[in-house]
Design a protein. Sequence first.
Length: 166
Amino acid sequence: MGKALAYVGVGLITFILYIAFVGSLEPTDLVFAIVISCVVAALVGGVVVEHGGKLFSLRRLGYLIAYAIHYLLIVEVKAHAGLIKRIITGEVKPAIVKVPYGVKTDYALLMVANSITNTPGTVVVDVDEGKGVMYVHWIFAKALEPKEAREHVSKLFEKYASKVLD
């Protein structure tokens, strides 16, 4: 049942994205969306999703929506404002810091790393999965100790990523 849900989930997501990007509900576009969705689901459904039931969890979807709202309206705005301040004042303290992480799946790690990189002033430059750490370039390093750096850089992202993807 889980594998079938993986294929259905990938097909459904592909269909929704196709329609959203095309921006049309014309019959021809709907037919193409169905065909493309079925092909994508058949080719990669069992590869990209291990547990299909996770795709249909309303709790996970709720956390994803809460994360998106919080990230876009609070985290990004504060980071942009901070970066603008740093540009104007020239106040920088750049460093590459070791940031341990606690998420379990590759997708959750990817979500955390992307969130860090997409936030102005930080970028993940390397991940050592064996040691469970990311190396992050931080334009204004508030902490150099790994545990303290995690509090500033990735803890919030990990909270949501673990609830959505682990």
